[in-house]
Design a protein around this ligand. Structure first.
Ligand code: 5GP
Length: 192
């Protein structure tokens, strides 16, 4: 998505440790007009797939997921991060290793909100090593719902998550795929 790539080039900052900071438009301050274009693009890609629900993970996936859901006319469910050890049986749960914080979380979704009748589209802001998306896939699998695919705003293609998830036969559509970035020069190279 050209508009998104231009915005990343203009306002993104490459930090040490392969972190791309996009907090002026994506995950701190949010450019809602840009989110509208992102949602429209996800709708174009998945409109024919009978999506009944969008699933994301708190907190930075929620904004994009909500705007996208308006195009599909479906609800959004977000997986909650928790560190509590005693999770009751009324939730689906999975384990996620945080790329940005280096911690391990359990993520949970109430069993009320994912059912075998659902066709789920996963949405997230970033795909790096694939732990967050993998955790969401597990929740969907455990619920018996159908996984339609995943829509990712920015994939860092050099960190292996995309290859991992696509290798499991899951459709992943990323609107911008970064092949390389350099925190010394600030250069960002996109996949064509
Ligand atoms: P993964 O689980 O694929 O390794 O990482 C995905 C999660 O980590 C995303 O939900 C996102 O919140 C966060 N993340 C990964 N890489 C970056 C990055 O370069 N910049 C920012 N801002 N968040 C990232």
């Amino acid at each position: 998505m050209e508009l998104l790539k231009q915005r990343i080039q203009r306002d993104g900052h490459v930090k040490a440790g392969n972190v791309l900071k996009v907090d002026s438009f994506l995950n701190h301050q949010m450019d809602v007009a840009l989110f509208g274009e992102i949602g429209r693009e996800f709708y174009r890609l998945f409109a024919g797939d009978g999506v009944t629900k969008i699933l994301t993970i708190e907190s930075s996936g929620i904004g994009v997921a909500c705007i996208t859901a308006q195009y599909f006319g479906v609800p959004v469910v977000f997986a909650k991060k928790t560190q509590s050890k005693n999770i009751d049986g009324e939730v689906f749960t999975s384990r996620v290793e945080s790329f940005t914080h280096g911690r391990v979380y359990d993520i949970i979704v109430s069993k009320k909100f994912l059912t075998p009748a659902d066709r789920i589209l996963l949405i997230d802001d970033f795909l790096a090593k694939g732990s967050a998306l993998s955790g969401l896939c597990t929740l969907v699998q455990d619920s018996g719902a159908t996984l339609v695919g995943a829509g990712i705003v920015i994939e860092k293609g050099f960190q292996g998550g995309g290859a991992l998830i696509r290798g499991r036969g899951i459709r992943v559509e990323s609107l911008a795929i970064i092949d390389a970035m350099d925190d010394e020069t600030g250069a960002i190279t996109f996949r064509e």
